[in-house]
Design a protein around this ligand. Structure first.
Ligand SMILES: [Zn+2]
Length: 440
């Protein structure tokens, strides 16, 4: 007898959708069938969609480094609530720069996550010798910055070349934050001289040009070295165009839902970087088409929360960058499906299967084929609701989308065939992981 049966739902994968019953044994998908079989627990999914659990590749839970903003307990609870069953986490406040630090962090997090988790590491200028040990230690990717941001030093093109050569030789994946240092620095100096304190400094400081120049350099170096490089949080269609031939491309819902002018209106509550670029509804729709067409590979919100109090404590220059987002990413995507901007199949590709493939978690994650972990989300596509700060599970406790009416949401999330509880999540070492390293 199976552990669990999920019967009568419409199962969706990037290849299509069909009515089927899913049966789970030992936490994995055992059978996908038109027939019905006995199971200890049965879930009636009729009227609901059944999709693989979301794989959230860019999240900052800041645990143990800045737990006044978020931690794994609250962040992973928000994930489970919103249909995310795997997160890939890295925190700038506590950068992992060596394989020892990676091991310590994964050991510290045992029992703290409600969903499965992988961990990114930080590449550091002058420390390219750590790339091999970090990759063999199970890092999901190496994060590099082209600008000094969030306390992380910039990789100039020479540093980036060294990093990519090393990454290519080890088969390691790099995730790169692309804003060019000299352009952001000179813009900052000019803005500070005029003593501007308004929210409008954000788009002037973190310009479109700075992002595009950094992407051009990153893509060229990826091409020269053959390294596997992902451009993080592409904010505009031109960014995806420029990255595309030699890099994979990530984007975030904020670039499809928030306008540049909101930085002026809301100031620090819209301080994130790269900032929102869209000036019109047409610009927003163009980003949705870029995601729908495949020019962008996957989506994650770069969840980097602060509470409302933290976001308002200090000048526009001083407060943290970043937005809370893990609570709202799936609903925003479902809402786009409702509006006809994205297909359900593409939603599953960009938020589950593709990130699982890119970061070496597929086929265990990112699909509902027999043998995969039984991570799934039951979705009500017609549920109409209004985003309310009171419903945000993240420690942030607020959302830039509060007040919006959305269609669609997760009804039930299952991790390895059961409703996830605190501590159920396990560490998923990255694809370069060798047992020699874990046997220490
Ligand atoms: Zn980030």
């Amino acid at each position: 007898m199976y552990q669990l049966g999920v019967e009568g739902g419409l199962v969706v994968s990037p290849k299509g959708r069909w009515r089927a019953n899913l049966y789970v044994a030992a936490g994995r998908i055992a059978e996908v069938s038109q027939d019905r079989h006995p199971a200890k627990e049965l879930i009636d999914a009729s009227g609901l969609l059944v999709v693989p659990g979301m794989v959230y590749a860019h999240v900052h839970f800041m645990d143990p480094s800045a737990v006044d903003r978020e931690d794994f307990i609250t962040g992973s609870a928000a994930a489970a609530h919103a249909g995310v069953t795997t997160v890939i986490e890295h925190s700038h406040s506590g950068p992992v720069r060596t394989s020892d630090q990676l091991y310590e962090k994964s050991a510290y997090l045992v029992g703290r996550s409600q969903v499965d988790f992988a961990l990114g590491a930080h590449a550091w200028p002058g420390m390219a010798n750590e790339v091999g040990p970090l990759w063999a230690g199970g890092a999901a990717f190496l994060k590099a910055f082209t600008c000094s941001t969030h306390g992380i030093p910039a990789h100039d093109p020479a540093d980036l070349l060294t990093l990519f050569r090393s990454a290519a030789s080890h088969g390691a994946t790099c995730l790169v934050h692309c804003e060019e240092e000299s352009l952001t620095r000179s813009a900052e100096l000019a803005l500070r001289q005029t003593n501007r304190q308004d929210g409008g400094v954000i788009p002037d400081w973190r310009s479109r040009e700075a992002e595009l120049v950094a992407i051009a350099i990153t893509a060229e170096l990826a091409s020269l070295t053959g390294a596997k490089v992902v451009v993080a949080h592409a904010s505009q269609p031109a960014a995806a165009d420029s990255a595309r031939p030699f890099c994979l491309v990530e984007t975030c819902p904020q670039y499809m839902t928030l306008l540049e002018s909101e930085a002026i209106e809301f100031g620090a509550l819209r301080k994130f970087t790269p900032p929102a670029r869209a000036r019109t509804e047409t610009d927003l729709r163009e980003m949705w088409s870029t995601l729908a067409s495949g020019e962008i590979d996957y989506i994650a919100s770069d969840h980097a929360p602060s509470t409302l109090e933290q976001k308002q404590a200090g000048s526009i220059w001083d407060v943290h960058f970043g937005l809370p987002g893990i609570d709202t990413t799936l609903p925003l995507l479902l809402d786009a499906v409702h509006r006809g901007w994205l297909t359900l199949e593409r939603l599953v590709a960009v938020y589950s299967e593709t990130p699982a493939r890119i970061y070496g978690l597929y086929p265990r994650k990112g699909n509902l084929e027999p043998g995969a972990d039984a991570d799934m989300v039951l979705v009500d596509p017609e549920r109409r609701w209004v985003v309310d700060d009171a419903d945000i599970v993240s420690k942030a406790g607020w959302s830039p989308y509060a007040g919006r009416t959305l269609f669609g949401g997760a009804v039930t999330t299952l991790l390895r065939g059961k409703r996830p509880e605190p501590g159920d999540g396990v560490f998923l070492p990255g694809p370069g992981h060798t047992t020699a390293t874990s046997a220490r």
